[in-house]
Design a protein around this ligand. Sequence first.
Ligand SMILES: Nc1ncnc2c1ncn2[C@@H]1O[C@H](COP(=O)(O)OP(=O)(O)OP(=O)(O)O)[C@@H](O)[C@H]1O
Ligand SMILES: Nc1ccn([C@@H]2O[C@H](COP(=O)(O)O)[C@@H](O)[C@H]2O)c(=O)n1
Ligand SMILES: [Mg+2]
Length: 212
Amino acid sequence: MGTVVDAPAVVTEEVAENTLGGKKVTVVFVLGGPGSGKGTQCANIVEYFGFTHLSAGDLLRAEIKSGSENGTMIENMIKEGKIVPSEVTIKLLQEAMIKNENDKFLIDGFPRNEENRAAFENVTKISPAFVLFFDCSEKEMERRLLGRNQGRVDDNIETIKKRFKTFVESSLPVIEYYNSKDKVKKIDAAKPIPEVFEDVKTIFAPYAPKAE
Ligand SMILES: Nc1ncnc2c1ncn2[C@@H]1O[C@H](COP(=O)(O)OP(=O)(O)OP(=O)(O)O)[C@@H](O)[C@H]1O
Ligand SMILES: Nc1ccn([C@@H]2O[C@H](COP(=O)(O)O)[C@@H](O)[C@H]2O)c(=O)n1
Ligand SMILES: [Mg+2]
């Protein structure tokens, strides 16, 4: 298993400003149950607000495809709806952020559990500007996942049930943690896609690109 990329040396003031490799960055965590619409809305936020979208799940799937030494382990965890050890996922996220010139990142599907949350904070010293939480019923999320048709190994009813259990047991407590810090912005994700994006737009208005 690889090691997490060394975080750049930082001083206290820089930590407060969320720096990464000398660059000041804004990070928004995008959380919600499987199929709540995180990826769909992130694509809209990228287009309208100029963020870079980093999906932890997509990075893990790319790692499998790359033939990495961790590939088999990651694939097994995804098929079982389990959460991959933080060091693997954080290394992928950190590398992606460092090599990208943007300074505004949507981190989708991370942190997925308390270990993810604490390890990211410890390694990167970055705290999110806020957490966007897509709230949706399991019935609706199951309907969407079974209709997604993207060939994902985890979009079958057996794995979907396991992913829901992991979400309730491991991911909801992370959302509660950030809620206790007043960092959660909750969206009703059961509405149609354009209506959800209207609510998202209101939240991201302060991040709109400045007119030249
Ligand atoms: N508001 C919505 N109403 C109806 N269908 C939606 C809505 N948002 C997304 N979908 C559809 O639901 C499916 C899942 O959406 P998406 O991939 O964005 O979810 P996700 O939260 O990223 O899921 P996962 O955690 O599994 O990656 C897609 O087929 C998408 O087109
Ligand atoms: N922080 C994370 C994020 C994802 N995973 C694994 O990937 C699966 C798919 O994630 P999506 O966000 O694309 O739905 C997820 O069920 C986990 O198995 C992870 O381990 N850690
Ligand atoms: Mg997704």
